[in-house]
Design a binder for this molecule. Structure first.
Ligand code: F6P
Length: 324
């Protein structure tokens, strides 16, 4: 391959720039031209291409966001959209592509691969819901951001003897709530994978104060049902919010920004290098670069995108023992 492209697709995460830089410089090292695709699959279908050289990716290693821009694309999920993408890639003489994306973007990449285009995937998501890999670019930074925020909230919670409901991201996956519950010493983590009743949450709050705690921290995953609002309403109805001075915080997109941690910079760099090398030698075509233990491995995109990732049993067990 003489000309390859790199694209970031879906929600941004810290570490995307580190990966773009690694992809670009590795490809240049092997004598390839590098094309950056702007605004994810939307930009791909419109032919929004930019030539990248070593200087274009200078100074971005520690920057959050993505220098290429990103988007969530409905059109690319259609056959017509993918044909338009293929047409753009072929007319620009692009022979291979590194797709840095989450589950939806990698499922789209697999469909493009099935249509005959050589590509390799790199997993990024703060939710840690990508099957086939222990972790993905962005998870570690998001967890550190949450830990910092919860630490600050705990200071004020303890001073006022308040209870806090803290919502973190995770549409379908409770990893961030579970892991942050453990590392922040929360009293409870509410996650979509484990049902918990409103009465159980109320019991946890009452019990925390009964045994002498000066606060009660409840981590709530965005995807937990019935959700933060219903929980708040219930606590108001039962007047528990007044008895225990309950407040809520939604951390929101703060979790997706900021400079990537050392772990994410290294992971993004390793994955970017592996993606290019395996694209060029052919071993990574139709695959996703994954981390298993300390090793970087290649997993079929079909396998990686066809099933949900279960939460680690070990973390569930630890939370059951320690979050109380
Ligand atoms: O898919 C990752 C994620 O961080 C989810 O946890 C969250 O629900 C979603 O992105 C938010 O997406 P958007 O930025 O498009 O609102």
């Amino acid at each position: 391959m003489r000309r390859i492209a790199v694209i970031t697709s879906g929600g941004d995460v810290p570490g995307l720039n580190a990966c773009i830089r690694a992809v670009t410089r590795t490809a240049l090292h092997y004598g390839c031209e590098v094309i950056g695709i702007r605004r994810g699959y939307e930009g791909l279908m419109n032919g929004e291409f930019v030539s990248l050289d070593s200087r274009s990716v200078a100074g971005i290693l520690r920057q959050g966001g993505t220098m290429l821009g990103t988007a969530r694309s409905e059109r690319f999920m259609t056959e017509e959209g993918r044909r338009a993408a293929l047409e753009q890639l072929r007319s620009a003489g692009i022979e291979g592509m590194v797709v840095i994306g989450g589950n939806g973007s990698l499922a789209g990449a697999y469909k493009l691969y099935e249509m005959g285009f050589p590509l390799v995937g790199v997993p990024k998501t703060i939710d840690n819901d990508q099957y086939g890999t222990d972790t993905a670019i962005g998870v570690d930074t998001a967890l550190n951001t949450i830990a910092d925020a919860v630490g600050r909230i705990k200071d004020t919670a303890t001073s006022h003897h308040r209870a806090f409901l803290i919502e973190v991201m995770g549409r379908n996956c409770g990893y961030l709530a579970l892991a942050s519950g453990i590392i922040c010493g929360a009293e409870m983590a509410l996650i979509p994978e484990r049902p918990a009743t409103l009465e159980q949450v109320a019991h946890t709050i009452v019990e925390s104060y009964r045994i002498g705690k000066a606060h009660c921290i409840i981590m709530v995953a965005e995807g937990w049902k019935p959700g933060l609002r219903a929980l708040k309403d219930y606590l108001c109805d039962t007047k528990l919010n007044e008895r225990f001075d309950v407040r809520e915080v939604v951390l929101g997109h703060i979790q997706r920004g900021g400079t990537p941690t050392a772990f994410d910079r290294l992971l993004a760099t390793r994955m970017g290098v592996r993606a290019v090398e395996s694209l060029l030698d052919g071993s990574g075509i139709g695959k996703m670069v994954a981390l298993r233990g300390a090793q970087s491995v290649l997993v079929d995109l079909k396998e990686a995108t066809s099933q949900p990732k279960p939460l680690p049993e070990e973390l569930l067990r630890i939370a059951d023992m320690l979050c109380r």
